[in-house]
Write a protein that binds this ligand. Sequence first.
Ligand code: ZN
Length: 338
Amino acid sequence: MRGAVIHAPGDVRFETLDDPKILHPTDAVIRTAVTCVCGSDLWPWRGLEPIGDAHPMGHEYVGFVEEVGSEVTAVKPGQFVVGSFATSDNTCANCRNGFPSNCLHREFMSTCQAEYVRIPNAQGTLVATDEVPDEELWPGLLAVSDVMGTGWWAADAAEVRPGSTAVVVGDGAVGLCAVIAARERGAERIIAMSRHASRQKLAREFGATDIVTERGAEGIARIKDLTGGIGADSVLECVGTAQAMRQALHSARPGGSVGFVGVPHDVSVDGPELFFSHVGLRGGPAPVRRYLPDLVERVVTGRIDPGKVFDLTLPLDQVAEGYRAMDERRAVKALLKP
Ligand SMILES: [Zn+2]
């Protein structure tokens, strides 16, 4: 089979690789229906994260079950399945506590920009749809496996409640999905921070009521202006930079909450500042598996359409162009079709 391999910053190649095989009785192998490039894939692409030896890329997937190990009974060959970027057994203490992305047997996916993918912990990780969904739903279901699940976690961690005011920091695919999540969870006012016209438009379509283009001290002042001088009930931090975290912490009202779901790069939090702010802080890799049945249902019934975050579709063999387009901000998120 063929798949994407990163060799160096800016150097992703589509190469012939060994076909994935069942290595453990808890594995499955799927044939990729669609996959994509993640914003976090750009960190190594830009040379901001070490690459080491050349290795496959990709952690988002939906596909058709090809083969299952002897202990996998939850899904069977031929079914269309959605999973998570973090695999989980769905039975350990951390899974039972609702944090499958911290499963004691967790393995992060990292080979999904390929024609076939081995899924560890398949029994606990994969959710099959009732029937094979229409192809137009595949992008939305793919989004559920990472960015929509992560946006949902941002809203959950930031305790978005019916009637509340939410600020979304970041207008990448996760930020846009976080707007959907805030709306679905009943936020009355959703302030999206975005500087890009096309992303502002999509944020409004997804439910944003206000757009703030300013950043830094001006951005914080603008949020205070819009929230009676005190800040928002919930802030969804979907970037992972020091500036975004600062924006988030200073946009929440005393007693409010920040959900931070952007993988932090050079982020540190000032202890006394956090102490005196009364702001609650929770983040981490999204417990996507916990949300899968609900989010799959919302997509299949057409209630939400997070597939709209894909604004570029490429054949899988042009995966490198997907990285370039996202790096150069010509695309929010690139969908790849085998
Ligand atoms: Zn577990």
